[in-house]
Design a protein around this ligand. Structure first.
Ligand code: PA5
Length: 417
């Protein structure tokens, strides 16, 4: 379950958000129904479309085969072709599962050489994931990794090379020509919305993540946000609150948590909101607060700096681990912690932070029932749907990214493409 908590909300803000919720109800109803103008980008709206039982079965079987033969699996992809899988893999990877190595997200020779070094002596599989196989980072990494695979495995290399691309793409052509395994990248889902498709699910399954539980989480959230009325709808409420804060002049949203396992989930969330909403000189700039570490760095600005930030906490409610502070004969001035569980200490830090920050800035909490695959599924769907609603309220297209093309044009020119 996810719950949304609003901290320290004034009566004025309560009425203002209710006003937005009433005035934008048509936006909510349109989004639920799916819009013709976005038909080529809304394949994620119904989780079943790209993650039905047959597709999951196929992925599970394929992942089983890879897991039996691989020490490491190289995920070649950038942005939406990497972030969802990475966020779950880095939080929940099963002990003993193949290591997941990331490539295709940098052009730095130093980083690439370090990545290649990690392959030495290991049994490797690679998956190049790209919707538009013109993207330089994955394309160039795929070249060097294919050459490595051919050198290492000779005629058998093709059995270990996978590509996830759109039907009819040059990536599919390569697969047909050289015998690589081809997986479909849905044409009607943009990169940052692909968690519940072959793009996100295969690497997760290889890492031992329960992808059925993940997909179930997304489906349950889908049902919830499509069935809950506008005034009680968790996604719509969150979208309207963000827009209220935006109108009030807050230009930055910080997603914060006291669970470092969300480290790569933040990256996914940042991409989702930045690329979907940041256009036409509008949008809320998304940043992450990895607490408690960053309370000792950016915490100062949050509390006392320019009032441009509002904060959304992710708070995991079910205890997943325990570590008791044992009493110590040596006086170290921390005796007040004797017998306490770090779970409890971490929670005290969370509550103290919310109390302090919410006196200065708008603060929300999304309670996350448990840190597991099911709840990651819930989070993916929740944020995707809320982001779509938020963009609609702001009046921007949630599914394009025209601004990303500008640097590519100059880069391709510089490289003589
Ligand atoms: O969300 C998006 O559409 C983008 O961030 C893409 O995922 C990213 O640019 C990678 O694109 P591609 O898969 O075409 O290499």
């Amino acid at each position: 379950m996810l719950n949304l908590i609003i901290h320290n909300q004034s009566e004025e803000q309560k009425q203002a958000v209710e006003g937005i919720m009433k005035s934008k109800e048509s936006v909510f109803n349109e989004a639920k129904a799916g819009e013709k103008c976005y038909a080529d980008s809304q394949g994620w709206l119904d989780t079943e479309e790209w993650a039905d039982d047959a597709k999951l079965k196929h992925l599970e079987e394929f992942a089983k085969e890879i897991r039996a033969n691989a020490d490491a699996f190289v995920l070649i992809g950038v942005g939406g072709s990497n972030n969802a899988a990475r966020s779950v893999v880095e939080a929940l990877r099963e002990d003993g599962a193949p290591e997941i190595i990331y490539a295709g997200n940098t052009l730095s020779p130093d980083a690439l050489n370090r990545m290649m070094k990690k392959l030495e002596g290991k049994s490797i599989y690679i998956d190049c994931i790209a919707k538009n196989f013109e993207t330089l980072e994955p394309g160039s990494s795929f070249r060097i990794l294919r050459q490595y695979m051919e050198k290492t495995y000779g005629e058998e290399a093709h059995k270990r090379i996978i590509a996830t691309g759109t039907i009819g793409s040059s990536l599919e052509e390569l697969c047909t020509k050289y015998g690589y395994t081809f997986l479909e990248f849905p044409l009607n889902v943009g990169g940052r919305y692909t968690a519940m498709t072959n793009v996100g699910l295969l690497p997760m399954a290889v890492a031992g993540i329960d992808i059925r539980a993940l997909v179930q989480g997304a489906k349950d959230m889908q049902k919830r946000v499509h069935e809950e009325s506008a005034e009680n709808n968790i996604a719509y409420q969150y979208a309207c609150l963000r827009n209220l804060y935006y109108q009030e002049g807050y230009r930055v949203e910080m997603l914060s948590s006291f669970e470092p396992q969300f480290r790569f989930f933040y990256k996914w969330w940042i991409q989702l909101f930045a690329e979907s909403e940041g256009k036409e000189n509008k949008g809320i700039f998304p940043v992450a607060g990895e607490f408690s570490e960053e309370l000792h760095s950016v915490g100062q600005f949050i509390q006392d700096g320019s009032p441009i930030i509002f904060e959304t906490f992710l708070d995991v409610t079910k205890q997943n681990s325990s570590l008791i502070v044992a009493p110590d004969e040596k006086e170290d001035y921390f005796n007040y912690l004797d017998g306490k569980d770090f779970w409890e200490i971490n929670k005290a830090a969370y509550h103290a932070t919310v109390t302090a920050h919410s006196k200065k800035l708008p603060c929300l909490t999304i309670e996350v029932g448990e840190l597991d695959a099911y709840h990651f599924g819930q989070l993916f769907y929740f944020f995707q749907f809320a982001c779509y609603l938020s963009c609609k309220i702001m009046g921007v297209n949630a599914f394009d990214q025209p601004g990303v093309e500008a640097y590519k044009k100059w880069m391709f020119e510089a490289l003589g493409k």
